[in-house]
Design a protein around this ligand. Structure first.
Ligand SMILES: [Ca+2]
Length: 339
């Protein structure tokens, strides 16, 4: 335990030092950023955005050094699995979720039925993404997305998101005055990125605008998203397992980018110490994940370990983090016992 804590501390110090060194290049890039904005506007117009909206929306875009800091210091990169899950699924989170459900029961129950997505799952997503709308973010999304597009790490991804956002403004689906959200450009109760808004957000209460900070539209949009990407109601997400030492390394997934080597649960029997205690259909397809291997140096290879199912990968579609998906499904299960 002590070693684990020391390793964690060392990782934090390392990240901090790296951030200090990266400061000079980050702060020295303002004129480069302004040149980038000029080029980006031309590219946006070529991609189908009207010149008026491109000029208008981008006119106040500024480079935000703190966005780069947040990008390099995400908890998904350094928190071990138990800490990550515990922080996000505590009793207070359940209490607040239950209070919201009590208040919005009619709407949430109706949406659950219509989209075939468990209310517990919707509450879990909202609880983890924004603490039930408490942390919607106050960052100017255009500047966040512009900063991350200008930055090299994931430039292509964020450039596409920013173009989509401009198109949403151009088509009057979103009002540019309300574009405040997270440092990574996500928006509303469920932290939708522009592409998610474009593909899945709906005006559920039919008042002609999509309000992702209001219960009706945000819950229906989240339920619609999960339904369309294939979440299957009343089927499992993950289950915790104890692995035997005889498990070949190839079965241990530790990257959220791809979940490999899927087999029927019963195939893994010889590798799972507590197999007989598992309350799971052994004909289901599953994979094994050991999320701490990559980020916690010296982590015990086989602990913690989980069997994950098709639904788990749907949560990864939402946010590509092994820990995030475990936390969402854990909170969902915790609600199940309360509602
Ligand atoms: Ca609406």
């Amino acid at each position: 335990m002590l070693i684990k804590k020391m390793v964690k501390k060392l990782i934090n110090i390392y990240i901090f030092v790296m951030l200090c060194f990266s400061q000079s290049s980050v702060f020295g890039s303002n004129s480069d950023f302004n040149t980038w904005v000029i080029d980006f506007k031309k590219y946006a117009v070529k991609s189908g955005v009207s010149k008026k909206v491109a000029d208008d929306v981008m006119s106040n875009a500024i480079f935000l050094p703190k966005v780069i800091k947040y990008d390099r210091f995400q908890p998904e990169f350094y928190e071990d699995t138990y800490t990550y899950i515990k922080k996000r699924t505590n009793k207070n989170k359940i209490k607040k979720g239950l209070a919201l459900y009590k208040k919005e029961k009619i709407t949430i129950d109706k949406i659950e039925k219509e989209f075939l997505i468990e209310k517990e799952l919707l509450l879990a997503f909202m609880g983890i993404e924004t603490n039930y709308g408490k942390y919607l973010g106050k960052m100017d999304i255009v500047s966040s997305l512009a900063t991350l597009s200008f930055d090299k790490r994931r430039s292509e991804f964020f450039t596409k998101e920013l173009i989509i956002l401009l198109k949403l403004v151009d088509q009057k689906i979103i009002d540019k005055k309300i574009l405040f959200g997270s440092w990574a450009g996500a928006f509303g109760n469920f932290q939708f990125m522009p592409r998610t808004i474009q593909n899945y957000a709906i005006d559920y209460n039919k008042n002609t605008t999509i309000e992702l900070k209001e219960t009706e539209d945000s819950f229906a949009s989240a339920a619609n998203y999960l339904n369309k990407i294939g979440w299957k109601k009343d089927t499992p997400c993950f289950t915790k397992i104890k692995l035997n030492n005889n498990i070949p390394n190839k079965y241990l997934n530790s990257s959220a980018a791809n979940i490999n080597n899927k087999k029927k649960v019963k195939y893994f029997k010889k590798y799972i110490e507590n197999f007989d205690e598992l309350k799971i259909d052994t004909n289901l397809e599953a994979a094994i994940i050991t999320p701490d291997i990559d980020i916690i140096p010296g982590a015990n290879t086989y602990t913690p370990a989980y069997l994950v199912f098709a639904n788990y990968e749907k949560v990864l579609n939402w946010n590509r983090s092994l820990r995030f998906a475990l936390a969402v499904c854990t909170l969902k299960n915790n609600f199940k016992n309360e509602i």
